[in-house]
Design a protein around this ligand. Structure first.
Ligand SMILES: [Zn+2]
Length: 381
């Protein structure tokens, strides 16, 4: 285990990646439906397509952050490793669906095509490698650049473009390697319901999700993401949901991070922090309306880094989730990692037009979430 003595700003981020993850293709249609209704001349790629990740890869390779990046090869997960988070029955079902040739919609918008299963195994194995790298003390900050995403995948259920919960697998690996407590902060625009479900009865994992208030979206996603979903049994109070109003924006997110996320992590005292990042909370994402810009991602990255330096000996594992604007997602990723590096000034300016922000309403919502959590969550009292 790495020394947790005074941590200077890191001079690098260890990025784990494997090009085989580009082989998963979810097809074309009207948005994520996979359907051609026959009355459109031009269909579009499924939003979770390889182009978005190709740009994330290239901006880290050729963008101004590139000198701070150290590249590492990802790997396939073993099927036995998937049982860290998923039931054998669920995993077997996916193995059989792949063996039958794929070409199957597992749940709404979630397509297992030829090549998809290997990509999912690579995403899982690559995230496990990133976590192992930090656990073994080879680096403090690792980023798993992975797809298909994972945070909606529950122990026994695929959901929302996700088959395997990459972050959840890594969290369980950390617990098994002697981390007594792990904190997960999920800033993807959607509720990290799969990760929450996996650790819902545990007081060893604090799951915090900031998301738009989208509620349940069908049988694959029964969780609502509301503030009342706090965990059960020993896990009561260790799942903190922060549903934010549409259009919350940079200042609203900063307020939620400083008023809700930072105090909770301070009290929880984790030995490892996992940042689950989706750029679909950006101002221009086709799947979300939360209106973060590069500046908001940069600030969030900096806040998370400070929390890691203070509470987890600087140990931070970042896991890629959604983010569907093909160019802006890459820029927002760049900004997030700039923040994590605590660079004195921005390396890359925002290419998208200024977006006016009014945080009045989101601040009111965040204050009411704070009052509620303080009134009911034992470890926050
Ligand atoms: Zn998302």
């Amino acid at each position: 285990m790495a020394s947790s003595a005074a941590t200077p700003p890191a001079d690098r981020i260890d990025v784990f990646w494997h090009e085989g993850m580009l082989c998963h293709e979810a097809g074309i249609g009207v948005f994520d439906s996979g359907l051609d209704p026959g009355f459109l001349d031009v269909l579009e790629k499924h939003p979770e397509n390889s182009d978005r990740v190709k740009n994330m890869l290239s901006i880290l390779t050729r963008g101004p952050i590139s000198p701070y990046i150290s590249w590492h090869s990802g790997r396939l997960a073993l099927v036995s490793e998937l049982h860290l988070f998923h039931s054998p029955e669920y995993v077997n079902g996916l193995v059989e669906a792949d063996r039958d040739g794929g070409g199957k919609m597992i749940c709404a918008g979630t397509f297992l095509n030829p090549g998809s299963w290997d990509s999912a195994l690579l995403a899982a194995g690559t995230t496990l490698s990133a976590m192992k790298h930090v656990l073994d003390g080879h680096g403090k900050i690792a980023y798993a650049l992975v797809r298909p995403p994972g945070h909606h995948a529950q122990p026994t259920q695929a959901d929302g473009y996700c088959f395997l919960n990459n972050a959840g697998l890594a969290v369980q690996l950390a617990l098994n390697h002697g981390c007594a407590k792990v904190a997960v902060v999920d800033i993807d625009v959607h509720y990290g319901n799969g990760t929450a479900e996996g650790f819902y009865r545990s007081d060893k994992v604090l799951t915090i999700s900031l998301h738009m208030n989208h509620g349940s979206w069908g049988p694959s996603h029964p969780q609502t993401g509301s503030i009342e979903e706090l965990g059960e049994g020993e896990g009561f109070g260790y799942n903190l949901n922060i549903p934010l109003p549409n259009g919350t924006g940079d200042r609203g997110y900063r307020y939620a991070m400083t008023e809700l996320v930072s105090p909770a992590i301070q009290k929880f005292e984790p030995q490892m922090i996992v940042l689950v990042v989706g750029q679909d909370s950006s101002a221009f994402d086709p799947n979300g309306r939360q209106c973060l810009t590069m500046e908001g991602y940069r600030e969030t990255g900096g806040i998370i880094r400070n929390l890691a330096d203070t509470h987890s000996g600087g140990r931070l594992v970042i896991v890629q989730e959604g983010g569907y604007h093909v160019t802006y997602s890459a820029y927002c990723l760049h900004a997030t990692l700039e923040g994590v590096l605590k660079l004195p000034s921005a390396l890359l300016s925002d290419p998208i037009a200024y977006y006016p922000e009014d945080e009045t309403f989101s601040v009111k919502v965040i204050e009411s979430v704070k009052r509620y959590q303080k009134s009911i969550v034992p470890f926050l009292k």
